[in-house]
Design a protein around this ligand. Sequence first.
Ligand code: G3P
Length: 210
Amino acid sequence: MGLFLDSAKIEEVRKAVELGFVSGVTTNPTIMAKVKDAPKGVIESICRLSPGPVFYQVTAKTTEEREREGREFSDICREKVVLKIPATTENFALMAKLSRDIPCAATAVYSGAQTLVACEAGARFVIPYVNRATRLLGDGCKLVAEMAKVVELSGTSVEILAASIKSAEEATQAVLAGAHHLTLPLDILLSLGNHPLSDAAIEEFGRAGQ
Ligand code: G3P
């Protein structure tokens, strides 16, 4: 089980890492576009701060270019960089090649069938977008449960990293459905450890202790 920060903002990465319970950092092209610096420099800086895996999503237009891009980003820090590769048949063929040398994550996975192919293509992680799947398909956690069953039956050690999580409750439901890891924006990550009833109890203890 691991909690990951979903951000490319260095200040957020620093804050998350300082918490001491964050396993790594995930990025995607949308997140990357929110920072001014070039992606290579950003990934390099995140790798310096992160205690564990740093996910970079390949974006180049052709398969050949995506392969080259993936290898270049992996070379930034071979111990940490995980390549996120969006789920398409063409990209699963790329993953089958890259995963021999570099840890890969199939991202934007919306079905059990894609999960099965990801397992066969050598993925280390599969990434469902939980909240988006709820909005688009009706039940993001049902998708996670289906993916978990497919992974189990595949006999591989592929891990489900649930993304697009909008609340602490959704985070819990994703884990209960079978997600091994969660990636969260900083505000959701910080909210997980809090509960209004805990605050009330702490206040009560505080009054009693005076
Ligand atoms: O990493 C994928 C995740 O950031 C997608 O989240 O909020 O765009 O659905 P969202």
